[in-house]
Unconditional design. Structure first.
Length: 298
């Protein structure tokens, strides 16, 4: 009987200790889950700075880290959205203000219609291009972009792009070069690849000084082909390699000299490359200048 009592006493003490430990652990987990629920509620009500605790059991800590990463990405998304609205408003307001000033001058009879007609045409063209770019970006973001793939010669795509940009290159005194095997065939949406090349070469021209050069080359591969646009310009400013494909992002040098476009060309290029299943990146060129490469799957 004495041994049985001892066994019962030990069992009771063990059970009591186990229940106490379970209550303590359960209470600790419940408090952490409650803090996570509170952070989720704050985020749902618009507080993008809300963060969950990352301490505690491994599963709860992993859940907290995943929640915080999601909150950070949401914050970046809303910041990008604010920048998009701000820069779109700026780039729409500038030509509209110029057009309004010219129209008012013509109405008051103090403007030369022949001189203002060309300026008005240019402002309308700038507005039309911006609206087209915004529409194309909306299609890319919505996944509604349709690609009609067909066989095309890499050399023909590059030459067509460079022909369109020859007048601008001559005006800037920049030499354009094509280093492409004209017989190499690729399967792609030709007009979209031309748009990618056009946007990349246009960006290189804006950042290349007089008497510089911009070269487009093509490198075939077994699984993917690679186009490279490189220039002898000023190189990449800090943080450019990471942000230059964001919407409405422009380097300070381009902006302060007034040579920057609307800041959508590189974002559209990235969207079109990714729609093909390829990738795009930028880096400094070893000999000076910048190099932008993109790939397309074979």
């Amino acid at each position: 009987m004495g041994d049985d009592v001892k066994i019962l006493a030990v069992a009771a003490a063990s059970a009591t200790a186990a229940v106490g430990a379970a209550l303590l652990l359960g209470g600790s987990i419940a408090r952490r889950v409650e803090r996570l629920r509170g952070a989720a509620s704050e985020l749902a009500h618009g507080d993008l700075t809300a963060r969950a605790p990352e301490q505690g059991p491994a599963e709860i800590a992993d859940l907290g880290r995943a929640f915080n990463e999601m909150a950070s990405r949401l914050g970046e998304l809303f910041d990008a959205r604010r920048e998009l609205v701000a820069w779109a408003s700026h780039d729409l307001r500038t030509p509209l203000a110029a057009m309004q000033a010219m129209v008012e001058a013509l109405e008051d009879g103090i403007g030369d219609p022949e001189r203002y007609l060309g300026s008005l045409r240019e402002q309308v063209r700038a507005l039309s291009m911006l609206v087209d770019d915004l529409f194309e970006l909306a299609q890319i973001d919505a996944g509604a972009l349709t690609l009609e793939l067909q066989e095309a010669r890499a050399g023909s795509l590059v030459e067509a792009c460079l022909r369109m940009l020859e007048p601008e290159a001559e005006a800037r005194r920049v030499r354009l070069e094509a280093r492409v095997d004209g017989q190499q065939a690729i399967r792609c949406a030709p007009e979209k690849v031309q748009r990618i090349l056009f946007n990349l070469v246009t960006n290189s021209l804006r950042h290349t000084p007089n008497d510089g050069s911009v070269a487009v080359s093509f490198q075939p591969g077994a699984d993917e082909v690679r186009f490279v646009v490189e220039d002898t310009g000023e190189g990449l400013p800090p943080d450019a390699a990471r942000r230059m494909f964001d919407r409405f992002w422009r380097g300070d040098a381009a902006r302060t000299r007034g040579r920057g476009g609307a800041g959508l060309g590189l974002a559209i290029a990235r969207g079109l490359v990714e729609a093909h299943g390829g990738r795009i990146w930028a880096e400094d060129r070893p000999g000076g200048g910048a190099r932008v490469s993109f790939t397309l799957p074979v």
